[in-house]
Design a protein around this ligand. Structure first.
Ligand SMILES: C[S@@+](CC[C@H](N)C(=O)[O-])C[C@H]1O[C@@H](n2cnc3c(N)ncnc32)[C@H](O)[C@@H]1O
Length: 210
């Protein structure tokens, strides 16, 4: 194993998770849903605190690993989470209840994010997580940019598309969409981008003022 691989593995094993997150992660894997990794979950928890997030929007609830991570250290945060699969959302409701998250902190919306996001309030969210179908990434990013407040951030786990983004031979739709988003934000005067190798790549995009 190379030094970089050892570093990555160490970072993934380092953070402790709550019992509820461990159970949600297990359920997620049983159902074939890919949750955010442990280090990405920890970074989401920290980002929610750092950005003093009162309002968070998540696209791709899964069964709630990322949602629980976002709510972990912030008693005041409310989470709007959008999920296209009714079965995933049903399981997620059980997961949030099991974790003791009050219903007043949650707005779980069943639907296609491409249709739901345009109905959300503009500039109203402190943090937006995009963790759905990566082939939709550019479209979802445009919606996310509209609903995040200036100074708020958009977070994209899986930004390496299972390690394919750095491989020039990989040309599948999701990989190309990730590459296109990385190129768009690298040149944008409206965004401060940061790409970390956590998990399968964690892209954090801060919306600049003005
Ligand atoms: C990678 S999983 C999300 C995992 C979750 N964020 C977690 O960490 O536990 C992606 C989820 O996005 C959902 N999804 C896919 N396309 C979607 C869309 N257009 N709108 C809303 N949800 C979508 C899938 O059903 C799936 O549950």
């Amino acid at each position: 194993m190379s030094k970089l691989e050892r570093n990555w593995q160490y970072a993934e094993q380092y953070p402790a998770e709550t019992g509820a997150i461990v159970r949600a992660r297990r359920l997620s894997l049983e159902l074939g849903i890919e949750p955010v990794s442990r280090s990405v979950g920890a970074q989401l928890s920290a980002l929610a605190v750092l950005s003093r997030a009162a309002t968070v929007c998540e696209v791709g609830t899964g069964v709630g690993v990322s949602g629980l991570s976002l709510l972990r250290h912030t008693a005041e945060t409310t989470l709007t989470s959008i999920e296209i699969e009714a079965e995933h959302l049903r399981e997620a409701r059980g997961v949030f209840a099991d974790a003791g998250i009050p219903a007043s902190r949650l707005r779980l919306i069943e639907g296609d994010a491409r249709h739901v996001m345009p109905r959300l309030n503009l500039g109203a969210y402190d943090l937006v997580l995009l963790d759905a179908d990566h082939s939709l990434l550019l479209e979802l990013f445009e919606h996310a940019l509209a609903i995040v407040r200036p100074g708020g951030c958009i977070v994209v786990p899986g930004a390496f598309a299972h390690g394919r983004v750095p491989d020039p031979a990989a040309r599948d739709e999701a990989t190309v969409a990730c590459r296109d988003l990385l190129a768009v934000v690298a040149d944008s005067p409206a965004i401060a981008p940061a790409l970390s190798p956590a998990g399968d790549g964690l892209l954090t995009l801060v919306r600049l003022d003005g």
